[in-house]
Design a protein around this ligand. Structure first.
Ligand SMILES: *Cc1c(COP(=O)(O)O)cnc(C)c1O
Length: 351
């Protein structure tokens, strides 16, 4: 039998996937617990119905990018969209990573950054941070210990720790950079923390990556975007697949942006539940880390795996992040009812 030989190391890694289980409270992937309102659905159905799907989509996604640029207050030439922010990041790494090019990540952080760097055949350099995981100027120096990297990732607010970084420290380092691209993942910026946006005009090596999957309540639509300099967008056009963004996706994004104000009105409710979780956990003997995002990282006493299973047995699915931050689980701020269920299940498990 002739078996195909995959790229070296491929079978040494597991597929990146969180469990998708049918339970009462799915609090493991940081989605928004509320869908966009009925008006959005109606408009979207109508807009999709009038699409000419026998034709390729607008390759440059100009209408969507113009709407995103307006939404963010940035130039359309420096605004780019793709199928989720993960695809934006993959495209950035295809353009700026590659063999013998180093990608720095500050850990603990979002595992996909490292994974996507590997997919793009880049070398990964991990700089470890200590709780409360704030990046200081000297951490920025540490990333240079093997010379200048090609790409530096910052996640703010950071997943899974929840803390935001200081934009001024990131900007000060980016200003002194010699050719490296600074990718700041702002997937949770609508929930808290300060954006890098005010620094964008002055820093052509800065990319702010954002998503519709969290605050915009559209994880199912797969829309992400970035705000950067026109040169970076030009480079992304060289690596993206032709017609990478379907007409259906572009339409969903355009219609969703018309409902941006309604989406924003949900944020307070989510933050309220996040703060409620963070306030309740210490009373259960659980260490909770402060969060600027829509989730809370927490460390229960005893085995994280056992607590995770105990919660699941009671219909509550959270994320086991003990491989990333020792002993820790992460819970998404859901509806008040879901949070009730989470807190009472956790109390039972720990009893
Ligand atoms: C959830 C998340 C994303 C979102 O990815 P999409 O591909 O846009 O769904 C990006 N970055 C971080 C840090 C996240 O936690």
């Amino acid at each position: 039998m002739i078996t195909p030989e995959p790229r070296p190391g491929l079978r040494g890694i597991e597929p990146y996937e969180a469990p998708q289980l049918d339970v009462r409270a799915r609090l493991n992937t940081n989605e928004c617990p509320y869908p966009l309102p009925e008006g959005f659905r109606r408009e979207l159905a109508e807009a999709v119905g009038s699409q000419a799907l026998n034709r390729y989509p607008d390759r440059e996604a100009l209408e969507l990018r113009a709407a995103l640029a307006e939404h963010a207050g940035h130039a359309v030439e420096g605004t780019w969209a793709a199928n989720g922010s993960n695809e934006v990041i993959e495209q950035l790494l295809l353009a700026y990573g590659g063999p013998k090019r180093r990608v720095v990540v500050f850990e603990p952080t979002y595992l996909l950054h490292r994974r996507l760097a590997w997919i793009a055949h880049s070398e990964v350099e991990r700089v470890e941070l200590e709780p409360p995981w704030r990046i200081h100027a000297d951490d920025m120096v540490r990333k240079h210990r093997h010379g200048h990297p090609a790409v530096v990732f910052i996640c703010s607010p950071n997943n899974p720790t929840g803390n935001a970084q200081d934009p001024d420290i990131v900007a000060a380092t980016a200003e002194l950079a010699k050719g490296e691209l600074f990718i700041v993942d702002e997937a949770y910026i609508e929930f808290g923390g300060a954006s890098m946006l005010p620094h964008l005009e002055r820093l052509p090596n800065l990319v702010i990556v954002r998503t519709f999957s969290k605050a915009f309540a559209l994880a199912g639509a797969r829309i992400g975007y970035c705000l950067t300099s026109p040169q970076v967008v030009e480079d992304l056009r060289r690596v993206r697949l032709p017609y990478h963004l379907s007409s259906l996706t572009q339409t969903a994004g355009i219609v969703a942006l018309r409902h941006a104000r309604e989406a924003a009105s949900i944020l307070d409710r989510v933050r309220e539940q996040r703060d409620r979780i963070a306030a309740a956990l210490p009373g259960l003997g659980v260490e909770a880390f402060p969060s600027d995002a829509n989730f809370v990282l927490f460390r229960p006493p005893g085995s994280a795996a056992q607590v995770w299973q105990g919660l699941l047995d009671r219909g509550v699915l959270v994320r086991d992040l003990s491989a990333v931050v020792p002993g820790c689980l992460r819970v998404t701020a859901g509806t008040p009812e879901e949070v009730d269920l989470f807190l009472s299940a956790l109390e039972e498990v720990l009893a």
